[in-house]
Each structure stands twice: as structure tokens, then as C-alpha cells.
Design a protein around this ligand. Sequence first.
Ligand SMILES: Cc1ncc(COP(=O)(O)O)c(C=O)c1O
Length: 415
Amino acid sequence: MAGPAPSADGSATRNPLTVLTLNELRQRSSVKWRMHPPDVLPLWVAEQDVPLAAPVADALRRAIDLGDTGYSHGTAYAEALGEFADERWGSHDFPVDHTTVVPDVMMGVVEVLRLVTDPGDAVVVCSPVYPPFYAFAGHAGRRVIEAPLGPDLRMDRAALDEAFRRARACGSRPAFLLCNPHNPTGVVHRRDELEAVADLARRHGVRVVSDEIHAPLVLPGARFTPYLTVSGAEDAFALTSASKAWNLAGLKAALAVAGPEAAADLRRMPEEVGHGPSHLGVLAHTAAFRAGGPWLDLLLDGLDANRTLLETLLAKHLPAVTHHRPEGTYLAWLDCTRLGIATEQPAGEPGVASDVAGPAKMFLDDARVALSSGHVFGTGGAGFVRLNFATSPAILTEAVTRMGRAVDARRPPVG
Ligand SMILES: Cc1ncc(COP(=O)(O)O)c(C=O)c1O
């Protein structure tokens, strides 16, 4: 049989963010590239402008060549995550036996919430946060209670305490949906912060579900702590996949992991949930965790450089816009409140992720740059935009330059 075709990225030594041209990216048919007309630079949804990592592309090609497109079997995905967690986070004794494959992280979150809460129970979130946390919990009949982040964008212990108390008062089985690391702020929670969460959750009888999809994307200077390694978190769940770090959102497969005291709950997961993930997805995510480390390191170097480039570009073109340097993810949460753009929040629940208002609408209309609108991330989001910097330095530079020009054009002429 012929060997695998050449690697998709052609090189294992190059910053993956600089491989594809804008013309090549525009040929993509995913939502990032098709939601807006071709004159718009898309820096909104969490897709990356990278080619597939070679080990992932090779695994998929091998499966296609073999016609290996049946049902998935075995624990290779969980084992690969366990090896990755051991190597990267020093997280020994990963509980392969306490895992199950779910279609994707958000479907996994919903199914785990169904296991540990009842309809009408409360789900606490730290706003502003990834918009589907509101929508998906709401669609499952759970009531969302916000514990807003503090002014430093880190979790606020007093706000959590109060939210847990309220959550307990409105139903017998509340949960806390933790975003670890946090989207949209890029904050990587420290172990002491997570221990405080575990302590509060135990005291209030709140079950913690930790979304760890951004975990491999922790940048130099910060360290990721898997929630299940925190003392007091034995009854919690974590959900993760290779989707954000290796750009595999179209290849459905994620893992739900149960702490030792949650293993019995996980066994109640309905059988049909395991029918959702695709075998090609399982193969791709397994290959990413098992052999995608060198590619990830090149990506993290590129994201670290983009994080610094973004600071320089903002200082030059948008000095009134401020942000906290993200510690992880490829998302920057930009405070545009000093631009003086009306930020009235549309009535009702935080919106769907693609709703655009306030500064994001101005940047879309006037700069032809698509960003995520802050108001859809819940309380504290209006007046902010989320910028996805998983792109080439050239696209990032062009986008922020355009944004600066759009702001300058709004200023009344002097004199
Ligand atoms: C925090 C967080 N959770 C979940 C998801 C979606 O993951 P999935 O496509 O596996 O549901 C995203 C996507 O950006 C995310 O940022």
C-alpha cells in the first residue's frame, strides 16, 4: 500500500499562522469565511487560519484510503488525552475509565448538566462568558444565574458565593459551568482560584462542570490547571477536545471526564449520546493529542507573537481601546467603551454568537472587520468586542489598521 501523502502543512517547522494566504482562506466554506462578504476580514468566530497539523491530516488520509469510516470503538482518544495531560500539565493518573466520548464540548456540557441538575434548576456562569453557555443551558430548561467577573476579569469569590446561594435557593440540584481557561477574556484560572471554587461549590452543594476546550492554548507566562486535579473537585466533570487548539470543530468528537465521585453519574449518560461523535472526529482528535505537540508548540509561539503584535497595533491605531493581555486562548477582549459608541443592548437574553451591535457593528460597517460583539457574552459585555488573533500577522495588522481608520473617520474635524 502506498504511504501517506505529503503533510498538509508541508513543514513541521513553520508558524502555522503564516502558511495560508488570504486567497486560500477565502476558499474555505466554514462559517468564519462565509458569514460576511469577501471585503470583510473575519476575526470573530473561534476558527483558526491554520492548515491541518500533519499528524491529523495523515490520520484522516489513512482512514479515507482504508475506507475506515465505520463506528468508533475503544478508548484511544481518552488515552491520548491522558498522555497529553501527563506531559503538559503534570496531571498523572488520568481516569481513562471515567470518560465517555460525546459529540462535541457543548453537547457534552448539556448532557452532563442533564445528569447533575433537574429542569428548572440553576446553572451559574461567570459573565461575560461564551454565549452558548446561556443559550444551551436555557434550551435544556435550566435557569442561568450570573456571577460577574471582577474588574480584573478574574473570578470574584464574593459574586460566586452569592450566585451559589441564589442557585441553591431556586432548585435542589444547582451547577456551576466553569470556563477554564475563560472565553472571552483569555484568563487562565490559577490553582488557588480553582480551589476556592471547589470549596464554595462543596459548601453550597453545587456541582461543577468545567469546560476545558481552550486548555492546550495556554500561552507563555501562565499554567493550565485541570479542574479535576484540584482538591475538593472529586465530584466534578470536565469536558474537552482538540477542537480549539488544532482547529477541528468540523470533526465532531469530545470527551466528558468524571471525577471519582462523579463516575456513577457518568454511567447514567444515555447511550444515544455516544452515537453522535464521528469516527473520523475521534481519529483526528486522538492524533492531535498523541502526535500534535510539535505543531502546537509552533502555534503557541505564533499566538504569543500575535498577542504582542496586537498590543503594539492597538497602541498605535486604537489608543482609546484597552485590554488585559490574554494568558491563554487566541481571543482578545477589547474594551471599546471610551470610543463613545452607543452600546444599547438588545432586549432579552444574551444573544446568539453572531448578533452584532455597538462597537462590533461600527467596525463591521465602517472598517469591514468582523469581530464578536461583546453584548452577546452577557452582563459586562456591552461596549466590548472579542477579537480572534489566530490569523497571520499580515491580516491582523490590516484589520487593526482598518479599525483605527474607522474610529478616526468618526471624529469631528478639529477647528
Ligand atoms: C469555551 C468554549 N466551549 C465550547 C466551544 C465549542 O466547542 P464545541 O464545538 O466542541 O461544542 C467553544 C468554541 O469556541 C468555546 O470557546
